[in-house]
Design a protein around this ligand. Sequence first.
Ligand code: FE
Ligand code: FE
Ligand code: ZN
Length: 302
Amino acid sequence: MLIIGSHVSFGNNQLLGAVEEALSYGANTLMFYTGAPTNTIRKDIDEETTKKALDLMKENDIDINNVICHAPYIVNLGNKSDLDKWSFSINFLKEELKRCDRMGVTKMVLHPGNAIGITPEEGINNIIEAVNEILSADAKCKILFETMAGKGTECGRNIDEIAMLVKGITNKKRIGVCVDTCHIFDAGYEVSDFDKYLDEFDKKVGVEYIECVHVNDSKNECGSHKDRHANIGFGNIGFDNLLSVIYHKKLEHVSKILETPYVGNSDDDKERLYPPYKYEIMMIRDNKFDKDIMNKIRKEYK
Ligand code: FE
Ligand code: FE
Ligand code: ZN
């Protein structure tokens, strides 16, 4: 069975609002940030609301094990030059895993970190040390390292770096990987030959570590290291190549999450923005690209 969903908002009634939004897109999974991705201000998880959300998920056959939390992207475990900041990040992520546990969410995606002013190896070692510390605290939720585009000083920009990260983690039961199609493409891997990517990944990391896929097209060329997501079929990866990832036999049990950009009210006006996910999920389920979806999205949400 295809497990597909998108990024949804947690701001509107926490997990309950997130599930309702996912259902409105015809999704059977979802991903959310527990607050703004750009800050670390977080509210307590409301028990009553969570219970209602879990009931709603049960009614609609959404398996909580497929639901993904995304850590805020300003948290950086790669750099220890400011020890206070580094410790703050570690403590924040320990708390974030506890918040996931409280909802029964089992997977949290993390951008590994940035190696600012140090070598990539040093950055990777800092991340390993931090994640081992985070996982030493009592919690159940796993951490999934996201594959990165290699923008600036990002760690995890190729399979070798992901392999180093995973190898360094002591508690292998609580570590996994999230493959982002836009990121691997921008990092220099052709998604048109995804089997080649998976073969190399399997040799160096182990394909069993892949527990989430971010499905995004890319606005830039392969190897551009830019990291700008495009709507499905509207970028340089292309619809059929993305389908080859989404329907890959080896990744059948893995959540596919869309993080594609919202659509503007016209091609050059972005004053109002509409979510593309319902229509992108429809295209994916139909296995058929629809070049007219932008207009359909505008019509629906106007
Ligand atoms: Fe991400
Ligand atoms: Fe992503
Ligand atoms: Zn990205």
